[in-house]
Ligand binder design. Sequence first.
Ligand code: CU
Length: 145
Amino acid sequence: MKSQKSLYWVMAAAIFFCLAVIPQTALSEEEKFEPLPGEGKKCQIGEDYSFKYSFDKKPQLGTAILKIEVFDKDGKKDTSLKITGDSGMPSMRGHHDSGMIKFKLNKNGDYLLPVNVVMPGEWDVRLIFEKDGKPVYKGSLNFNV
Ligand SMILES: [Cu+2]
């Protein structure tokens, strides 16, 4: 009798989790990434920072290098943030996603991430900017190949 009752609660909790918790977290994760205005355009991160992104060449099949430059309030280049990026195809989530990969800094203070484009279509890169271990900005950029 007692085990039946606890089984009921386990089932109820499982159903609740599937119906309520999973779709909400999936949805809010997707919503949190702000669409970026475009290559070379300035994006504001709160009051203190801004950034812009560009590709080394028009993305095509193969590896494209995504470059991000971060600036402080005074317009000086800043390298104190940590940036990670997850590239993939929005229409084929889970098929080619790279997972979150950390950008590498070059000598000029540019943040660089190789993006592996393996098929034609619409691609996106979802970006997370962190300052002192805390996320300060989430944005996503799209491009077509
Ligand atoms: Cu694909």
